[in-house]
Design a protein around this ligand. Structure first.
Ligand code: NAD
Ligand code: TYD
Length: 356
């Protein structure tokens, strides 16, 4: 088991990053936790108000592509662990602006790798560069089979290609320079604080607003859903006990077709809103498919179970109910994140579905 004194988390103001930061700040009061984030549209310090005054929490606003900023922050805190989550993370946006994704996800990762190498200068004991990646790098599955750690990379969207490029560079720094790295590739996360451009919070928010629910194509695409806190537990375990140079797949064994998931969400929303079951389903609209839409993702998470004892703990019905309840209570948070800029993006993206 590695032990750390200072953990730097990139992208700690985003969805998964804010859960990681909260978890680490609370669980390890004697470890300094540094949250480095550019605060893009997806990064929001309101996600962390409950821990922002903790004495072991520090925030630095910086861009991972900026050499000077990263060098200054690395030298100020001298982190012994870097948990790298900062990214442009939405596939639809990557189709409109691929270069932004390559800059942040690929070039930004190389900048962090370079700065970690300079900082640690060959002293690698109890050090780790942990790349938090996605199962989307493996491409798209047919109706059967699973992604394992040995599945060849076959990314098919600019988002997944930019993450795959970053993963290859992380491994290259391990093999070429001996940098102590680990990668985990996780399936689709859901839970509180997810920006409402992603499927689950978008559906919840649209039902609240009485908007149509855009389902791409015929709705048969399959995703493997994992409650965010289960991913956070996996990240903690991998950071402390994962083998250097290894990859760990993390997934929920929880596959659903998009249309099934939307039905489930509609029914939970009806229940929590006190509406007749079936009311929200009437808002569903099948819209034009996403270009290059991957058909199915499914993770084989056997390696992390056997080596580190990790298994998902949250059943999808429980996780979705918790998530819906959280979004129902967070009107102010939703209003803040769905600012004017987001509205313009939404209207351009979902011309067919936006009705205001
Ligand atoms: P997110 O979009 O909610 O958050 C990304 C965060 O990164 C934001 O706080 C943003 O401000 C920050 N950021 C973006 N560009 C930056 C830059 N140039 N410099 C510094 N900070 C920057 O993303 P998320 O869903 O929380 O995903 C976090 C990580 O986990 C990503 O690397 C993503 O690829 C990976 N991942 C996500 C999922 C998922 O289902 N959401 C699944 C597997 C892996
Ligand atoms: P998303 O949350 O964007 O995650 P990813 O594309 O990274 O898997 O989308 C999840 C699935 O839901 C994906 O198959 C695309 C589909 N989808 C819709 O049908 N409608 C929507 O409005 C969105 C955002 C996604």
């Amino acid at each position: 088991m590695r032990s750390f004194r200072r953990i730097l988390v990139t992208g700690g103001a985003g969805f998964i990053g804010s859960h990681v930061v909260r978890h680490l700040v609370r669980k390890y009061p004697s470890i300094q936790i540094i949250n480095l984030d550019k605060l893009t549209y997806a990064g929001n310090l309101e996600n962390l108000t409950d821990i922002e005054s903790a004495t072991n929490y520090h925030f630095e606003k910086a861009c991972i592509t900026n050499e000077e900023q990263i060098a200054r922050i690395f030298s100020k805190y001298a982190p012994d662990a870097i948990i790298h989550l900062a990214a442009e993370s939405h596939v639809d946006r990557s189709i409109h602006s691929p270069l932004d994704f390559v800059r942040t996800n690929t070039v930004g990762t190389v900048n962090l790798l370079n700065q970690a190498r300079l900082l640690w200068n060959g002293e690698f004991d109890d050090k780790i560069f942990y790349q938090v990646s996605t199962d989307e790098v493996y491409g798209s599955l047919g109706p059967s089979g699973y992604f394992t750690e040995w599945t060849p990379y076959d990314p098919r969207s600019p988002y997944s290609a930019s993450k795959a490029g970053a993963d290859h560079l992380v491994n290259a720094y391990h093999h070429t320079f001996g940098l102590p790295v680990i990668i985990s590739n996780c399936s689709n996360n859901y839970g509180p604080y997810q920006f409402p451009e992603k499927l689950i919070p978008l559906i919840i928010n649209n039902i609240k607003l009485g908007r149509q629910l855009p389902v791409y194509g015929d709705g048969t695409n399959v995703r493997d859903w994992l409650y965010v806190q289960d991913h956070v537990e996996a990240i903690d375990l991998v950071a402390h006990g994962g083998n250097l140079g290894h990859t760990y797949n993390v997934g929920g064994h929880n596959e659903h077709q998009n249309i099934e998931l939307v039905h489930l969400l509609c029914d939970i929303m009806d229940e929590q809103l006190g509406e007749k079951v079936g009311t929200s389903r009437q808002l569903i609209e099948f819209v034009q498919d996403r270009p290059g839409h991957d058909q199915r993702y499914a993770i084989d998470a056997e390696k992390i179970r056997v080596e580190l004892g990790w298994e998902p703990q949250t059943h999808v019905k429980e996780g979705l109910s918790l998530t819906v309840a959280w979004y129902m209570q967070q009107q102010e948070w939703l209003e803040h994140v769905t600012s004017g800029a987001y509205k313009a993006y939404y209207d351009a993206m979902y011309k067919a579905a936006a009705n205001d």
